[in-house]
Every structure is written in structure tokens, then in C-alpha cells.
Design a protein around this ligand. Structure first.
Ligand code: SAM
Length: 141
């Protein structure tokens, strides 16, 4: 399943409720009696996602590779091709795009081109969504 619409139906078929969000007021979560939904992009095995879960979020992960140990609902797909309608069902988004190409080590070794540079493209997706978001990565990190 590689297109966003299919991804959305996978989520729905698993019985995960899709809730229109975009409420800026944190109090709305209390009023609605549910946890905020967090989209965990580039989730790998769920290190960051576990922290968000412990902090009170309902987490759904996305990674291009199979992640059999990911502890929350998971969608295997390219994070850059997600359907905006699917993205809009979340209250917050975390993204951990691959860091290798930006690292000082790769720059020193002259092989930074061996890895994708996804910070700019995923930032475009996140900004377009209008949903509060975090990108966990820094140039030179
Ligand atoms: C830095 S790791 C993420 C670490 C993770 N946040 C954690 O806490 O364990 C980057 C991940 O991005 C995934 N990835 C690379 N390109 C991707 C893409 N286009 N769409 C989705 N995931 C991708 C890789 O498979 C890898 O698992």
C-alpha cells in the first residue's frame, strides 16, 4: 500500500477512529474525553513514539520499512506521499527523517550523498498540514 488513500483505509479497517482535529485549545482534549493523536513519521522501532505514548498521546507510526516491533498502530509507506486527509486526523506530528546525510561524519567522509535528504520535503508536508509539529534532526547532528 503506497498511496495515502489506501493508508487511510488501513487505519480505518483496523477500527481506529478517525477524528477531525485542528483544535488549538489543549482543553478540547479534556472536553472530548480522548487522548490527543500523534502521527509518528519515520518511526523506526518506536523510540520517540514510546515517549509520546508515555506523555499521554495516542500514537500511530509511519515508516517506509517494515517495523515488526513497533508497539503502536503502524502504516508502512513513504511519509512524503501520505494523503493530507489522513494527516488531518492527527492533533500533532513528530518527524525523525534520516540524519546520516546531514551528519558531520558523512560530510567528513565525503559520502553524504549516499542517503536521502528529507528534512526540507517533510517540512513542506508538515507546514501545509497546519498541524503543530516537530522535526527531530539538525544539520551537523
Ligand atoms: C532516524 S530513524 C527514526 C528513529 C525513530 N524516530 C526512533 O525514535 O527510533 C529514520 C527512519 O526513517 C525511515 N525512513 C526513511 N525514509 C523514509 C520515508 N521516505 N518514509 C518513511 N520512513 C522513512 C527509516 O526506515 C528509519 O526507520
Amino acid at each position: 500500500m503506497n498511496d495515502g488513500a489506501a493508508t487511510l483505509s488501513v487505519i480505518l479497517n483496523q477500527g481506529i477512529r478517525s477524528v477531525p482535529t485542528r483544535r488549538p485549545e489543549a482543553d478540547a482534549f479534556v472536553a472530548f474525553g480522548r487522548k490527543p493523536r500523534l502521527l509518528d513519521l519515520f518511526c523506526c522501532a518506536g523510540g520517540a513514539g514510546t515517549g509520546y505514548s508515555m506523555a499521554g498521546f495516542d500514537v500511530v507510526g509511519v515508516d517506509i520499512k517494515s517495523q515488526p516491533n513497533y508497539p503502536f498502530p503502524f502504516v508502512q509507506t513513504d511519509a512524503l506521499t501520505l494523503d493530507p486527509k489522513f494527516i488531518s486526523t492527527f492533533d500533532a506530528i513528530h518527524a525523525s527523517p534520516p540524519c546520516q546525510s546531514y551528519s558531520d561524519l558523512a560530510k567528513r567522509n565525503g559520502n553524504a550523498d549516499a542517503w536521502p535528504r528529507l528534512i526540507d520535503p517533510i517540512r513542506d508536508v508538515l507546514v501545509r498540514s497546519g498541524i503543530p509539529c516537530i522535526i527531530e534532526n539538525v544539520d551537523g547532528g
